[in-house]
Write a protein that binds this ligand. Structure first.
Ligand SMILES: Cc1ncc(COP(=O)(O)O)c(C=O)c1O
Length: 391
């Protein structure tokens, strides 16, 4: 007994050393929030305190809607308290029912918003290059109950909207785009938010552009904007008129002001992310078994994520082992999007959730790690991550 205790104690020394070593290493997170300078924000707060108008389409709410329309190159935008409520409301405003075609390769909120509306999600596999909804597989999933298609611009890479819209036109379906990752992304000189009936954005703290919590619906005509605005405010269309069973999904002044200020810093942040992505690509192309996504032709990217794909047979280490190795070194990558939404208890019983229906998405979910990518990474951080992957 005594002897065993001694052995245990001595065997602790080396792991302890390793732990101490790790503690010394700076933690690198997958992202870091875009936070405007406090002094500037305080002057905005000061103004809000004076105005005493804290929510319900206040001064900063109106200013941010205007500024975002201009910055993003879109006609109408309605701010929301988060992206999930924006998506739930987008489905409501178009009175979507029955079945909706959706990608499983996304954050859970995409499918949850469909489910919360009492609609059946029908999963369709993704394209192997972009990991966005594969237009070639959509038609086979359409039934008499299908009313809409919900593509996601995953990682900010545009889905094939031209083909998706053609299919929607033929079958008389709506297109509601989850553009939560696609703030400021353009294709052929145009905002990708101008596709589809509606697009939703998320301004969550983990997103490239943030209002801490927040989101928006982008639409293309004024009437639709009014209907969205009624719905996000309990359905009120006037002081005493309630036109629909709306919800409370309004953005408050404190967050709108934060967002307005962040618009001053977003271009520099995207530029910094771009520089990191360039360095990752240059270094990772030398590592057998690691692949990544290239920029798409004609697309202005926002570099919101940097997914890599681990081919275990070639790389000599599984995705999960690499993920753990990074974690042990205090480098926190994320396995976005794993597990696949279609494998969660709520959805796994659906016919469309069978892995045989979703081979591309299933493989991607099992091989992906998103590397740290944000505006505060310095050269030393990036080289440390690259060296970890090389070892
Ligand atoms: C693809 C996608 N859709 C929807 C959401 C939901 O947005 P929010 O967190 O603002 O509710 C997120 C992110 O959180 C997301 O990544």
């Amino acid at each position: 007994m005594e002897k065993e205790q001694i052995t245990t104690a001595s065997s602790l020394i080396s792991p302890l050393n390793e732990v101490m070593h790790d503690i010394e290493k700076k933690q690198i997170t997958v992202t870091t929030p875009l936070i405007p300078p406090l002094e500037e924000y305080i002057s905005y707060l000061d103004d809000i305190w004076k105005r005493k108008w804290l929510t319900n389409n206040g001064h900063y709410h109106q200013e941010l809607e205007k500024a975002l329309c201009e910055y993003l190159g879109v006609k109408y935008i309605s701010l929301f308290s988060n992206g999930t409520l924006a998506l739930i409301t987008a489905l409501q405003v178009l009175r979507i029912t029955g079945e909706v075609i959706v990608t499983p390769y996304s954050f859970v909120a995409t499918t949850h918003a469909i489910w919360w509306n009492g609609i059946k999600p029908v999963f369709v596999d993704v394209d192997p290059v972009t990991l966005n909804l594969d237009p070639n597989k959509i038609e086979a999933a359409i039934t008499p109950n299908t009313t809409a298609i919900v593509p996601v611009h995953v990682y900010g890479n545009p889905a094939n909207m031209k083909r998706i819209e053609e299919i929607a036109d033929i079958y008389g379906l709506h297109v509601i785009v989850d553009a939560a990752h696609a703030f400021a992304v353009e294709q052929n000189g145009q905002s990708i938010l101008n596709y589809g009936d509606l697009s939703i954005l998320s301004f969550h703290a983990t997103k490239t552009y943030s209002t801490i919590e927040g989101g928006a619906i982008v639409c293309h005509d004024e009437k639709m904007k009014h209907r969205i605005d009624y719905l996000k405010n309990f359905g009120f269309a006037g002081e005493t008129t309630v036109v629909a069973p709306g919800i409370n999904a309004k953005m408050d002044e404190v967050r709108a002001a934060y967002g307005l200020l962040n618009l001053k810093y977003i271009d520099a942040a995207i530029d910094k992310r771009h520089q990191v992505a360039i360095r990752y690509r240059e270094a990772l192309k030398e590592i057998p078994g690691i692949s990544f996504m290239d920029d798409m032709r004609g697309v202005k990217h926002n570099y919101s994520y940097f997914p890599i794909f681990v081919d275990e047979a070639v790389y000599g280490m599984s995705r999960d082992a690499l993920y753990q190795k990074m974690k042990d070194d205090n480098v926190l990558g994320r396995r976005y999007f794993y597990p696949l939404v279609s494998t969660f208890p709520t959805y796994k019983g659906l016919e469309s959730s069978k892995p045989s229906n979703l081979p591309v998405a299933t493989k991607a979910a099992e091989s992906v790690i998103c590397l740290p990518l944000h505006h505060e990474l310095n050269e030393e951080d990036v080289e440390r991550i690259i060296n970890l992957l090389k070892q």
